[in-house]
Design a protein around this ligand. Sequence first.
Ligand SMILES: [Zn+2]
Length: 410
Amino acid sequence: MATFELLKTTEHSIRLGRMTILRNHERKILNTPNCLACTARGSVPHLTPDSLREIPVEALEITLEQFLDVQPPPSSLFPNGAHKFFNLEEYLLFFDVRDPGELKKIPFNTDKFASVITSQGIRKITPDDYVKYVNSYNPEMFASLSDTITAESPSPKRIKKSVNRTLTWLDHALANIKEGIHVFGAVVGHDNHEERVRSAQETANRKVAGFVLNGHDLGNTSKERLDILKTSINHLPKDKIRIAYGIEKPADILRGILEGIDVFDASYPSKMTSAGKAFVFSLNNDKWDTDTGCSQHINLLEGQYRTDYQPFIQTCKCYACRNHTRAYVHHLLNAREMLANVLLMSHNLYHYSQFFKKIRESMEQDTFLQFAEQFLQRYGEEEYKNDHEVTLENAEFSINQNKTEHNSSF
Ligand SMILES: [Zn+2]
């Protein structure tokens, strides 16, 4: 059984929530707002399960496309599911077809299959295949198969087809998924207002546990992506959880939360790690805990860190910051030692998780709007400032302190 409670909310979309999933007498919780830690082929990049346990993540995303190079996909024949196979038993697992951090151009889909691109070429995933794999991996949650459009300027007819096909595949998933796995409906409609509304409303009419909105390839900026996603969000019921892809930078996450998104994919820490960068954005607006001004990250490949003997962030309690210096990571990167990425990822994912924790705490303490406003003033890009000010002015943070609203079971 899964429940989603809104612990505090406002008329203007700010939502402090908690998803609880009870399965096989085991209770797992996802506090929201939050992120899904991304994995590559069943592991969080650069981290062992032990080092991952030092980081307060609650849910991980597993994607089918990363297992399709080999047939049958590794672990799909394993009798005890993905949690056991990957040694990730304490986490909530969310399953999807494609990597949320990178939307590859999809050649074409038909009524019978969705295309997935792997290093071995294109694989065709039928709705039956997909449900079969999900039943085998046995995660707590998964996104229904979507007819995602990656072509530029699709016709209205193609977008309508995408909505219809995605709804058909959702119905198929709902009819065939085994008990205990919760279906999240994929909301599509590309950039067509009417179709986005129809997709949101029709998906909401089904017995889904929540919604997945994919912002990749919608618009050229995160502002444009968020504006398009907003069209769908405005037509979703308040009492179910919303996951969004493609909104990943901290300032954009705050804007997404202000629009009613609950969960974001955490591919950004991996991307920063691959680029040799460490997050340094401050979580304390009133007392800056970094020496980096308005920079949100530092590039450890730069020569200035050769003799910088402080941690990434003085106050950070992650393994890397407790034990190592920027100078050491600079040295490791230049020496191409794997430990550089281990330390960077340990810090980046930890700090990203702490960012969401700070957001939840500020909602509990009724200071979220102030936190968001100060953060965006310091780090928000110029192009967003006006939009943000309008959003904040309109958001009346009249929190329902004592009562739990919108409690739903499904
Ligand atoms: Zn750290």
